[in-house]
Design a protein around this ligand. Sequence first.
Ligand SMILES: Cc1cc2nc3c(=O)[nH]c(=O)nc-3n(C[C@H](O)[C@H](O)[C@H](O)COP(=O)(O)OP(=O)(O)OC[C@H]3O[C@@H](n4cnc5c(N)ncnc54)[C@H](O)[C@@H]3O)c2cc1C
Length: 411
Amino acid sequence: MSKNLQTNWDVIIIGGGAAGFFAAIRCAELNPKGRILILEKASQTLGKVLISGGGRCNVTHACFEPAKLITYYPRGGAELRGAFSRFQPADTVAWFEERGVRIKTESDGRMFPVTDDSNTIANTLRFSAKQAGVRVGMGISVWDVAKSPQGGFKLEVKSEAKSQFIQTKNLLFASGGDRKSLDLVRKLGHTIADPVPSLFTFNIKDKRINDLAGVAVEDVILKMDSLTARGPLLITHWGMSGPAVLRLSAWGARILFDKIYASTLTVNWLGDYKLDATLEILQRNKDWHENARKKIATHAAFSQIPIRLWKQLVHFIGDKNWADVSKAELKKLAEELTAGEFKIQGKGQFKEEFVTCGGVSLKEVDFKTMQSRVVDGLFFAGEVLDIDGITGGFNFQAAWTTGWLAGSEVG
Ligand SMILES: Cc1cc2nc3c(=O)[nH]c(=O)nc-3n(C[C@H](O)[C@H](O)[C@H](O)COP(=O)(O)OP(=O)(O)OC[C@H]3O[C@@H](n4cnc5c(N)ncnc54)[C@H](O)[C@@H]3O)c2cc1C
């Protein structure tokens, strides 16, 4: 360590990410005399904030009802219900606006700084922490943690080749999905749900979607095991992506991990159309005299299905006119359109956005205070918890909310 750290602290926060900064600022503003230290092993703080949202930082989502907001969290929704009644997206927006950051809402509900630059968010957090008197140690890794016999915690911290022992009354883990840090939490007596990826695209090799990369369908319903997701779907070079797929990947993160990312996906290309209604429409197309001599491949029955996709879905019927399509073929087509089966053969990455599900078991945390129910003086905030949201600003909102709650109590 180039400079030795002061030995005694009131609060040490492990992790200089969104949750750690939010907690530290709140705590320091409530306790102006508190000795509060953030330890960050990377050479700069707020690394994920900087790269988030394609460099724009999708800071939260314009959903202001806690009951609705929790439906965007495959894990942690129930626990966050009360937490969101105390600090929710409207509070996030107000928090940043009080500090001079204007936030805008895009048509899909995602919220960004008007500058479209994540530096605006990172710099505001850094400046607010400095103003409040928070100390930040960068390039310092927390190597080991133990309960101290005199109360509080003893930490072994390392930087370059040097190590040092420091002491704190209260300890807050805001260490994200870092596995080594989860081991430290486990060592303190907590149960950890194994981290597995959430939010990914599906690898699917299937002739029905071959060479269709870029084709999108506005409203599909996807099913896998007992899970359902609805929304736009995008065909890619490797398979399927888009909001409906990402949602299903988040809800099915554990199931798919256990199945080594091999499963059957059922696609209703027509949203909530049922088999019978679809068959009726197909039959009417066949019976309609103007259609009789038109090719089924080039005259789609449903405008919501792009013609290139339609062609491949009806390929099994061959080069027939509508009038020549058999009843059995129509039935098979109705099945294909409302419940087409595809084999998921692996997962791909959604942009660079890598979110883990898993982390500290939520049963062992009091969500009023974010304090451990197992160890006195120990707190948690952010992705270190077994909480994750779907894409759209929900993961940062969980970090702000749990950070704010922890910061309100940890001092
Ligand atoms: C590319 C990308 C884009 C994203 N975009 C969005 C988005 O636009 N909107 C959204 O809501 N979510 C987004 N996410 C998810 C979001 O970034 C995370 O949910 C959020 O950053 C979690 O914050 P955190 O503070 O809990 O953890 P982190 O941001 O991971 O911070 C934890 C910090 O702790 C440090 N640390 C860990 N262990 C130790 C240790 N032992 N000693 C010292 N330091 C330690 C780590 O180095 C890290 O800096 C994105 C994620 C990625 C990867």
